[in-house]
Structures are given as C-alpha cells and as structure tokens.
Design a protein around this ligand. Structure first.
Ligand code: 5RP
Length: 222
C-alpha cells in the first residue's frame, strides 16, 4: 500500500537523524510521515531543531512538538519528498508548490534525503510536470520564455505560493537536457525557482510493497 510505503521510506530517513542536528523538514504527504516520526522522537526526548520548507510544514511541526528555527547558514540533514526520482538521485519536486523554499533548504543542507513510494522512481526524470515559481509581475514574460524553451507552461489555477507568487507548470519533451534546461530557467528574470533538483539530493529511500531501497548518489557536485 502506498501510504505504508511512504511511511517506511520516511522512517528509514528519520533513522539518520542524530541528537543535536538541525533538520530540514520537507513538504508533502511523504514528508508528513517523517515529521510525525520526528515529533514522536522529540516528545520522547530527542533534542533537535528544525527548519520548515513551507507554512503547512511549519504548522505540522509545531503541532507535533518539533522546535523550529529560522533558516541558518547550514543544516545538517534534510528529508523531503519528490514527484520523480531516478537512480542517480536526480529529482523533480514541487507538485505541492513549495520547491523554492525546498531548494534553499536543500542548498543549505550538508545532506539531503528524498523519501518516496515506488511510484516516484523512474529510469529518467522528465515525465512529471516541472513547476516554475514566478513573480506575478513577470508572469506573461516568464510564460513566453518557458514556451520558447518548449515547456508549454500552464498557470496553476487558484494557487498562490507561501511567498505570494504564482506557479507555471511545464512539460518539456522527454529527451530534454535537464541540466541545460535548469540553467536556462534559472536565467529568466522573474522566474524565482524551479522543481529540477539535479545536484541537491545525496540519497533516497524508496519503498515498494513494503521493501525499502536506498539510492546513493556519487560525490556531491556542488
Ligand atoms: C512539494 C514537493 C513534495 O515533496 C512532492 O510534491 C512530493 O509530495 P508527496 O509526498 O505528497 O507525493 O516537492 O513542493
């Protein structure tokens, strides 16, 4: 069952948390299992502090008793979900719309773990929508640039990010060079963040039918 697999993946990642760590808390239904598990450990005496990647995660963490701090210069370990992940730990994130803060927290983290059920594991990322957070002022301009890149952007209806911005969901051709694409999107003025996580993820716990597989990327490239 998918919910059981999400929970198993989350528990495997939470087992890497040690006393005294600053932990980055991801956003989404899989990350929520990790927050629940960490909350239980905190209530049992584990001393950690945490940084939330969204307002929803902030509320959840407070509700289960996890002490929160503002984003520091460095985070020890971040645990977050993904919409797609391949065996080299390239990921697409942002179906929940939190990828801008998630990317910042990931970049600040000495180690980032993705947790997911087996439906998220793919041979090559690119089928999932790639979300782009856009400053409302720049929406039409950024949409036109993304269309030029082949992304067929669609405004996420009725959705406003935690930062007060909008999201353009894109679908690029499956054979797109994702690294080149990430650089192109990052270079569009008004595009504030995107869901391609190509260098941030150090390892992933993927659970399928109750069995957890650990994927570990090679040397970190950033
Ligand atoms: C939010 C995210 C989520 O981590 C991602 O969408 C996975 O969510 P879920 O665990 O609910 O499938 O990137 O911005």
């Amino acid at each position: 069952m998918i919910e059981t697999d999400k929970r198993l993946a989350a528990l495997a990642a939470v087992a890497e948390v040690r006393a005294g760590m600053i932990v980055g808390l991801g956003t989404g239904s899989t990350a929520a299992f990790a927050i629940d598990a960490l909350g239980e450990q905190v209530r049992a005496g584990l001393m950690i502090s945490a940084v939330a990647t969204s307002l929803a995660t902030e509320r959840h963490a407070r509700a289960v008793g996890i002490p929160l701090i503002d984003l520091p210069a460095t985070i020890d370990l971040t645990i977050d979900g993904a919409d797609e992940i391949d065996d080299a730990c390239h990921a697409i994130k942002g179906a929940g719309g939190a990828m801008l803060r998630e990317k910042i927290v990931a970049a600040a983290s000495a180690r980032m773990l993705v947790i997911a059920d087996g439906s998220k594991r793919v041979a090559r990322i690119g089928a999932a929508k790639i979300p782009v957070e856009v400053l409302p002022f720049a929406e039409a301009f950024v949409a036109a640039r993304l269309a030029d890149l082949g992304g067929a952007p669609v405004l996420r209806a009725g959705f406003v990010t935690d930062q007060g911005n909008r999201i353009l969901d894109c679908r690029f051709p499956v054979d797109t060079d994702m690294r080149a694409l990430a650089a192109e999107i990052a270079g569009i003025p008004g595009a504030l963040g995107h869901g391609l996580f190509l260098s941030e993820v150090d390892a992933a716990y993927i659970a399928s039918d109750g069995v957890v597989t650990r994927l570990e990327r090679g040397a970190r490239t950033r």
